[in-house]
Write a protein that binds this ligand. Sequence first.
Ligand code: MN
Length: 202
Amino acid sequence: MAFSLPTLPYSNDALEPHIDKNTMEIHHGKHHNGYTTNLNASVANSDLEDKSIEEILKNIDMNNAALRNNGGGYFNHCLFWESMSPNGGGLPTGKLLDAISSCFGSFDSFKASFSKAAATRFGSGWAWLCVHPGGKVEVCSSPNQDNPLMPGIGCGGYPILGLDVWEHAYYLNYQNRRPDYISGFFNIINWDNVSRLYNLNL
Ligand code: MN
């Protein structure tokens, strides 16, 4: 069964002014579509064809560059679209807020930590909020299309929130102002979805 490009859960202009329509069209329709097509080519006629993307990434041979880049790119962008909503922003609630408060001291400390991870990732990559078995949460970042499901990345757990800091994610609207893009992201974080993933993976 081939992987398919997910339909966006909102229109291309729904996240404006934080993420502009043109960026969304290209990012979803071209970049994510490319990762999807190339992932399908990488797993075709192999025993990976019937595996879930999570299973593929957890057991990946990190020397397989095509699978690493395109499998990571496929998973990461699926999570990214879900991480945002035109009705997002504000604060998480429930068990997730409790975990964030307990692990970071406060929501503001978490926000500072996540923003720093995203701002200081040199070149292309991602910032993550991950949940570990038992419920502790952690912030980390990874280069290129790597993610915490892959072996040896240096941050572990299950990623429940991801921010793409590749220039293709923000350059048309923000040019070199990555910190402004990061602060805009906080206005559209879909905390309901982050909570859903937290509760599924703790
Ligand atoms: Mn991207």
